[in-house]
Ligand binder design. Sequence first.
Ligand SMILES: [Cu+2]
Length: 215
Amino acid sequence: MARQGRWTRWKDWQAGEKCAWPITQACAGRQTFLILSGMKITKYSISLLVISLLFAACGDSSSDPAGNGNGSAAAEPPAPADPVSVVDGVTVVEMTGNDRMKYNVDSFTVSAGSPVKVIFTNVGKMPKAAMGHNVVFLTADADANAFAAAATSAKDNDYIPEQLNDQILIATELLGPGEKDTIEFTAPDTPGEYAFICSFPAHLYAGMRGVMIVE
Ligand SMILES: [Cu+2]
């Protein structure tokens, strides 16, 4: 309430309560007080703003490890803090794809010939026909751009071009909103970089691509 009162007086003064000439000591003092009060309020507000921004920034970076809480206001649940883990010798990758055409994982590393499990979830809300997602792991010598270009004419086969089947290591199903698919496979014996892409039209160009590094 005190702030409200000061603020009101400050606004009153700004609105025209100015000292008549000659300026009396009391009037000048009151004006100085009002000006300083106003500055204090401004400084106080800026401090509050800065503090809340800091808290907001911290809040973003400290998402809960389980990745399934406090998402009520957000359009999508937060991605798991660490999507890659090794469980009983199996590299488990918890991948997501969203309505902004982004995976949560750019790359991950596995040992040659080791077991890999990819759990892929479409965390978006848009219909599958407009925003479906998959994860297609390609062979080391495959041309990801050429594969994606061919995929655009394979709508009837969920955007998997059958004539390029020999360039696919393994692929998930094409998923609609909220759907999940798990694939398990053995990493190639040959070390190298193996691209993975979403073959839905234009999604690779929007950034839905990454690399599985086999070493
Ligand atoms: Cu996609």
